[in-house]
Structures are given as C-alpha cells and as structure tokens.
Design a protein around this ligand. Structure first.
Ligand SMILES: [Zn+2]
Length: 140
C-alpha cells in the first residue's frame, strides 16, 4: 500500500465515523465526509436534514465550510461515505451543489474518494468537467 492509499483509507475511516453523526430522520440517507487540507488537517462533516427541506446541508459542504471558517483555503482530497440507513455504503458521489462548492477552492486534480467495494479515487475534473469557476469572473 503506497502512502496515498494509506492516507485515503485513513480519510475514509474518518468519513465513515462522521456518517454516524448524520442527522437524517426524513430520508434515512446518512452521509459522512472527511476533507484533507494541504496543510494535513482533516475536517469532517455529516449531512444535516431539516423539516424545511431546503435548509438541509450535505456532509461535504459542512466539511468544507468548517475548514474554510477555520481559515483553510487549500485542499487535497475528500472521502465520502453514505447510503440508506440499512446499507453499509452505496458508493455515493457528491451532488452538483457540492461539486460546485469544491470547484471554488479546488483545481481539477482535487481527489474525491468513494467507498464502492474498495476505494474509488476520482478527480473533480472528472466529476465536474467544463465547470464554471472563478476564472470565468476574475480575469488575470
Ligand atoms: Zn451535496
């Protein structure tokens, strides 16, 4: 197992632990995320539902906003674990809104790690090609 694999497994373990803290009484679909900063810190998040559905926030965005509010701005990878309550994990991928939030702070090489049997490592560039990001608004 190379260093990245070891790190990604550690990150996935943190995502699985975070999933246990999900508040998802309406959908029963619990998700945990663990975000790795370039400085080596890990920020976790779990999805938090609300009876007013639009107030619900995904695990990935909670992890990002926790890290951003602590001053972090550079990120390497995020591990995501989730599925229906009875399922151990269904290899859930981030929703479009979360992909857009990732694109604000991460380049196309940002790693997105899913648990789908084993670890599946994708990039933001693969999951959100031709994205709209800051380069569309701020010209150098
Ligand atoms: Zn999302």
């Amino acid at each position: 197992m190379n260093e990245n694999n070891k790190l990604y497994h550690e990150l996935m373990k943190a995502a699985i632990d975070a999933r246990g803290r999900s508040y998802s009484p309406y959908s029963g679909f619990s998700v945990g995320a663990a975000l790795l900063t370039k400085s080596g810190r890990i920020f976790t998040g779990a999805n938090i539902e609300n009876s007013g559905y639009t107030a619900t926030v995904c695990a990935e965005r909670i992890a990002f906003f926790r890290a951003l509010s602590e001053g972090e701005r550079e990120f390497s990878a995020i591990a995501i674990a989730g599925g229906a309550k009875e399922e151990p994990d269904s290899g859930v991928a981030p929703c479009g809104v979360c992909r857009q939030v990732m694109s604000e702070f991460c380049d196309g090489n940002f790693k997105i790690i899913l648990l789908d049997g084993g670890l599946t490592v994708l990039t933001l560039g693969e999951l959100l090609p031709m994205r709209f990001d800051r380069s569309n608004l701020i010209k150098k």
